[in-house]
Ligand binder design. Structure first.
Ligand code: HEM
Length: 499
């Protein structure tokens, strides 16, 4: 065939591909929410800034409205933007959109555990795990004591820094890591324990990598990219190593299990495994238990310690807020005792600061991807089964009607004119997690530990003991510089998401 013949054939092939794609798109999308026209193979990739997807979503929402469709490759994604649409989906469509969109870098967790499970075991594993977490104190007195106990270890570790500048990434991370580890394994790590540091460095690295443009690309085009070198390999290796660690702990527990006296979360899951010994399709296999435990470990540790780090950074950046906070802490708690959860009811400023930190850092701006479990009529659209659904959280946390000047850190966003705490239904840092108005505390596992551990009250009190007035006046700048270590990729994340 001549060169001209080849070129013509190629052109015909391309035009046919384009026509088929246009036809398929029109046919399949006539009842879908509006959105930019997708190109064959790549979809709308050129309309999205992979390094800042939340911003791209905001721009698309301005053009197409609060419910719109985009394609990443052939993956159809419906995005919900703004309070009304997000709340409607999370509240009234929680069953229809309760699936989990696939995240290929978490391949070893696929259809196992809680967070990345989209398979038949999800519902049971989730229900049982969350109940078990509560039984082990999550959201109850037990956890408060756990945290108070841990505070002493943290304080001791901080004292050893002798008021000198240090990078708090892992030192602070050890505290939530130990709280979660106690629930999961009844295990306490020393603050310089190599295994603990290794785990935390992987959690930290994973959280960072997940927000990078390359991983966004990989998670949507893994079919094409899986054989290439790149940071997805590192991320997947870390995820496997964390899972292997969890599996080892689960096996240790199995070998020393005493069914009449479950020690922790892992034992309780193993007892379920025991009950299903003769089942043809068991839910609680060793693998499922290991992934569930790894899910809790990662989700519980990194979210909380990142919130604490950013909370600390914010307090250093806004000394006037820190001053007011200290005044309230000194007045309500005083110097001689450790804070308790009930103190919070008398500390509206603290409550407002904690909420504002979580709003402002916007830890998971585009949420975790949900998936339509069946063809669903939503508003006037039909969203087919299997469509990825993203209820964006930044669009609610940064709503300028609810939070005037949302780009500014202002505890006043959560205070009324009398200085009392003002609950906002726009506080959706935990997504489909609703707060009980009487207690204003999310009931999801993450919510409870997260909020309390992310509580600058505790933190601030610790800091005030080790970071004396003198060293404070000398060291904030150097402390700040160290604080912005490479492990904190950006001053404020705002770009973390994964599909
Ligand atoms: C500051 C702390 C935290 C934040 C901001 C946070 C945020 C989130 C968000 C946005 C989701 C996605 C929810 C959705 O799919 O709609 C999620 C899911 C989840 N988080 Fe957290 N979380 C935090 C702490 C924790 C902790 C401490 C734990 C457990 C020990 C935890 C366990 C989970 C689990 C198991 C899920 C999956 C729930 C499911 O798929 O049904 N999180 N979290």
């Amino acid at each position: 065939m001549t060169a001209l013949g080849i070129t013509v054939a190629l052109l015909v092939w391309l035009v046919t591909l384009l026509l088929i794609s246009i036809w398929k798109h029109i046919h399949s999308s006539w009842k879908l929410p509006p959105g930019p026209f997708p190109l064959p193979i790549v979809g709308n990739i050129f309309q999205l800034d992979l390094k800042n997807i939340p911003k791209s979503f905001t721009m698309l929402a301005e053009r197409y409205g609060p419910v719109f469709t985009v394609y990443l490759g052939s993956r159809r994604i419906v995005v919900l933007h703004g309070y009304k649409a997000v709340k409607e989906v999370l509240l009234h469509y929680k069953n229809e959109f309760s699936g989990r969109g696939e995240i290929p870098t978490f391949q070893v967790h696929k259809d196992k555990g809680v967070i990345f499970n989209n398979g038949p075991t999800w519902r049971d594993t989730r229900r049982f795990s969350l109940t078990t977490l509560r039984d082990f104190g999550m959201g109850k007195q037990g956890n408060e004591q756990r945290i108070q106990r841990e505070a002493h270890f943290l304080l001791e570790a901080l004292r050893k820094t002798h008021g000198q500048p240090f990078d708090p990434t892992f030192l602070i991370g050890c505290a939530p890591c130990n709280v979660i580890s106690d629930i999961l394994f009844r295990q306490h790590f020393d603050y310089n324990d190599k295994t603990c540091l290794r785990l935390m460095s992987m959690f930290n690295e994973n959280f960072y990598l997940l927000s990078t443009g390359w991983i966004q690309l990989y998670n949507n085009f893994s079919g094409y990219l899986r054989y290439l070198p790149g940071s997805h390999r590192k991320l997947m290796k870390n995820i496997s190593e964390i899972k292997d660690y969890a599996l080892e702990r689960v096996k240790d527990h199995r070998d020393s299990l005493e069914p009449s006296c479950p020690r922790d979360f892992t034992d309780t899951l193993l007892m379920e495994m025991e009950k299903e010994k003769y089942s043809a399709e068991p839910i609680y296999t060793l693998d499922n238990i290991a992934v569930t435990v790894a899910d809790m470990f990662f989700a519980g540790t990194e979210t909380t310690s990142t919130t604490l780090r950013y909370g600390l950074l914010i307090l250093m950046k806004y000394p006037e807020v820190e001053e007011k906070l200290h005044e309230e802490i000194d007045r309500v708690i005083g110097p001689n005792r450790i804070p308790a959860i009930k103190d919070r009811l008398d500390m509206p400023y603290l409550d407002a600061v904690v909420h504002e930190i979580q709003r402002f850092i916007d830890l998971i701006p585009s949420n975790l991807p949900h998936e339509a479990t069946r063809d669903t009529v939503f508003r006037d659209y039909i969203i087919p089964k299997g469509t990825v659904v993203i209820p964006t959280l930044d669009s609610v946390l940064y709503d300028s009607q609810e939070f005037p000047e949302p780009e500014k850190f202002k505890p006043e966003h959560f205070l009324n004119e009398n200085g009392k705490f003002k609950y906002s239904d726009h506080f959706k840092a935990f997504s489909a997690v609703y707060t009980r108005p009487s207690f204003r505390r999310p009931w999801m596992p993450g919510g409870v530990v997260g909020l309390w551990m992310a509580d600058p009250c505790l933190w601030n009190k610790l800091m005030s003991e080790v970071w004396t007035a003198e060293s404070r006046s000398k060291s904030p700048r150097s402390f700040m510089m160290l604080y912005q270590s490479p492990s904190l990729p950006a001053l404020f994340p705002g770009s973390f998401m994964y599909f």
